[in-house]
Structure formats: structure tokens, C-alpha cells
Design a protein around this ligand. Structure first.
Ligand SMILES: C[S@@+](CC[C@H](N)C(=O)[O-])C[C@H]1O[C@@H](n2cnc3c(N)ncnc32)[C@H](O)[C@@H]1O
Ligand code: SF4
Length: 359
């Protein structure tokens, strides 16, 4: 039984230099058409009762509030559900945020990335620092009591001092939730090309580790719980939707290129508009690939995803118990009753730990 739905909105005003998420520049009529198909795709799923809904992108805040409302009306939404929309500061003002709130969105995740003007320019962001702060304040005034902010670190030539200024700023704002990702140099992006051409250099490993350590220390000191490798929340404000991914729970994925996990099958939707629309016209789910998750794969997912949750971790038994005990001896995992969690050292070497669970 699914109680979560991810809805992909593959449109952005402009492509940021570092980003390889599936998103395109678009016209209003293309977005209108997409929303109509999205609603029809949702009808291809059973009438689940959703306790979390997540509009991700791309830039879902590019859609009109009435379009988002139209999609929400297609869903059965449980009382008290968490309904999130990713917001790019360039695309909203107070009125639009208020309209999203009235349409049923009760949580926004604002993509800020940095409060530093120089880094915002390098990243190819279309907003400046003031616009990012104004968007947060407008969201508060529009009635959002659950706001998340995305930041990135380990940016080209970023200094520890600049990161600390970003942390000062965000701690002063006190959003309920903060996601902070270390920059990934994604192949095929302008950033990757500039890296290959020697225009940018990757951050030195020690500096990156120091930055991550500083982030953890400062956000914890400010009252945030470090509940997932890249995610921090005020007590009780962890992202309910994303937590379901890490708990290896099932969810519907709708929209171009969306991933989902339904009835024991992990699937990925088609990534091109025409075939995606054609399938929906035929009343067939627009799925490109599927993987039936057998019990072995399920265990693998349970560990790799579950260990990301730093408080809960995973209960170990069977074939992975020995591996967990070995990792415990190496100081990478810690035992909490029947469960194992990443140790302080393990958090820094998380990818190496996850590899131990890949067969
Ligand atoms: C799909 S975006 C949603 C936010 C919205 N589109 C925006 O950027 O304003 C989700 C988040 O992923 C992060 N992200 C995107 N590309 C990344 C990369 N190459 N490395 C690290 N984080 C990245 C950014 O923090 C971004 O806010
Ligand atoms: S980071 Fe966000 S706004 Fe920028 S291209 Fe990616 S999805 Fe679009």
C-alpha cells in the first residue's frame, strides 16, 4: 500500500551550470499540456490515500498554483499529510506563494544553494542573495510553517570563511529543515567541462571533510538534528516524504523520468515527452524500465538506504549481520541494540560503507 507520491516537474527557467536533473526550458503551453498528462497518469494508479506528496524537479514553482491545485485534486490526500513543493526563488513572489499555500501546499523546499553573490553567479543561479532571503520571508508571511532550504558546499574556490558566512545566515533564519549537499561534478554539465578544461579544481579532500565537519558542528550547535547524511531538521521536523525513501518504503513516482516503487517493483518513467505522452494516450503507465525487487535486492536497498538515517540506522540479521559486525570492528558502524548506525567516522566514509553492501 503506497502512501507517498513523488511528482516530477521537468521545467526550469534556465539550466544551472552544475545540474543534471531532468529538466528543460519551456513555454507556458508546454507546461499546460504536461500538467494535463500528469493528471491522466495519476489516474492510472489505484486510488491510494497519500500521507506525503512531493512536487520535485526541475522547478515545480514554475507551475501556476491552479495547476498544482488541479493535480492535488486528482489525489486522495490523508488528513495531516505533508505536501511539499520545491521552489526556486526566481519563480515566486508573496502572492504566488500564498496561492500555493491556499492550493494545499504546506511545506516548501527553497533552492538557495549559497548566500554568496560570487558563488551564486558561478553556479548559474538566476537569483541573488537578497531574492533568496526575501523568498524565505515571503513564504513565512504566506503561512508556511514548515520550510526547508537547500544549500551546497565544496563549491569552486569556496573558502571555509565563505561557508561559515552561509551557515551564519541560515542559522539566523532558522528554517525547520536544511539540506546541504556537497557539489557533485556531474558529467555532461558545463561545470564538468570546466573542470576537465582546468578552469575549476575539485575541492581538496581535507578541506571538504573540514567543511562537512564544520557544518555538522555548527548546525547541531544551533539545535538541528543531523538525521540523514545531507539533512538537518529542528526536532520533529525531519522530511516525512524523503524519510520514506530511506526507510525503503514504497511510493508512486509520476511525471517524466520519475522513479517509483510500487508492489515490489522499482521503476523509472520514460524521459522524453513524446513517448511519455503516447503511453498515457494509450492509458498505459509511461514506464521505461522496471526491476522486480527480490528478497536479496530488498536487503541491499534496506541497508544502503537505511544507513543514511543516522538516528535509526538498520536492524541487521542474516547475511549482512557479519558485515555489520566487521564494519563495527573497523569503527565505521555502531551498534544500538539490534540496529546498526553509521559511527562519527562512518558518516565521513559513508560511500565506502555502502559499497560493502553491494554484491
Ligand atoms: C531538483 S533541485 C530543486 C530545487 C530547485 N530546482 C532549485 O534549484 O532552486 C534539488 C537540489 O539538488 C541540489 N543539487 C542539484 N545538482 C547538484 C549537484 N550537481 N551537486 C550537489 N547538489 C546538487 C541542489 O541543492 C538543489 O536545490
Ligand atoms: S538546480 Fe534546480 S533550478 Fe537549477 S537546473 Fe537544477 S533543477 Fe533547475
Amino acid at each position: 500500500m503506497c502512501d507517498a507520491i513523488y511528482i516530477h516537474v521537468p521545467f526550469c527557467v534556465n539550466k544551472c551550470e552544475y545540474c543534471d536533473f531532468l529538466s528543460f526550458k519551456s513555454s507556458g503551453s508546454e507546461r499546460d499540456k504536461y500538467v494535463e498528462y500528469l493528471k491522466r497518469e495519476i489516474e492510472l494508479y489505484p486510488d491510494y490515500s497519500y500521507d506525503t506528496v512531493y512536487f520535485g524537479g526541475g522547478t515545480p514553482s514554475l507551475l501556476k498554483p491552479e495547476d498544482v491545485e488541479g493535480v492535488l485534486k486528482k489525489l486522495h490526500i490523508a488528513v495531516g499529510a505533508e505536501v511539499t513543493l520545491e521552489v526556486n526563488p526566481k519563480t515566486v513572489d508573496y502572492d504566488k506563494l500564498k496561492a500555493f499555500r491556499e492550493a494545499g501546499i504546506n511545506r516548501v523546499s527553497i533552492g538557495v544553494q549559497s548566500f554568496n553573490e560570487k558563488h551564486l553567479k558561478t553556479l548559474g543561479r538566476l537569483h541573488d542573495r537578497d531574492r533568496a532571503i526575501a523568498t524565505y520571508e515571503a513564504a513565512r508571511r504566506a503561512g508556511f510553517e514548515n520550510i526547508s532550504i537547500d544549500l551546497m558546499f565544496s563549491l569552486p574556490d569556496q573558502t571555509m570563511g565563505e561557508l561559515n558566512e552561509d551557515l551564519d545566515q541560515i542559522i539566523g533564519m532558522k528554517p525547520e529543515h536544511i539540506s546541504i549537499y556537497s557539489l557533485i561534478w556531474e558529467e555532461g554539465t558545463p561545470f564538468f567541462e570546466k573542470l576537465s578544461a582546468g578552469v575549476y579544481q575539485e575541492t581538496d579532500n581535507d578541506l571538504e571533510a573540514n567543511m562537512y565537519e564544520g557544518i555538522i558542528e555548527r548546525l547541531r550547535g544551533a539545535g538541528y538534528v543531523h538525521y540523514e547524511i545531507s539533512n538537518f531538521a529542528l526536532p520533529g521536523m525531519a522530511a516525512r516524504h524523503n524519510s520514506k525513501y530511506w526507510e525503503n518504503r514504497e511510493y508512486v513516482g509520476a511525471g517524466l523520468g520519475a522513479s517509483g516503487y510500487v508492489d515490489g517493483i522499482r521503476y523509472k518513467n520514460l524521459v522524453e515527452f513524446i513517448p511519455y505522452y503516447d503511453k498515457i494516450d494509450e492509458k498505459i503507465k509511461p514506464v521505461e524500465s522496471e526491476e522486480r525487487v527480490d528478497s536479496e535486492a530488498e536487503e541491499e536497498y534496506r541497508f544502503i538506504l537505511g544507513l543514511r538515517l543516522l538516528e535509526e540506522g538498520v536492524e541487521a540479521s542474516g547475511r549482512y549481520l557479519k558485515r555489520c559486525e566487521e564494519l563495527e570492528r573497523n569503527g565505521l558502524l555502531e551498534r544500538r541494540g539490534k540496529r546498526f548506525v553509521l559511527s562519527q567516522k562512518g558518516v565521513f566514509l559513508a560511500n565506502d560503507v555502502f559499497e560493502e553492501f553491494l554484491d
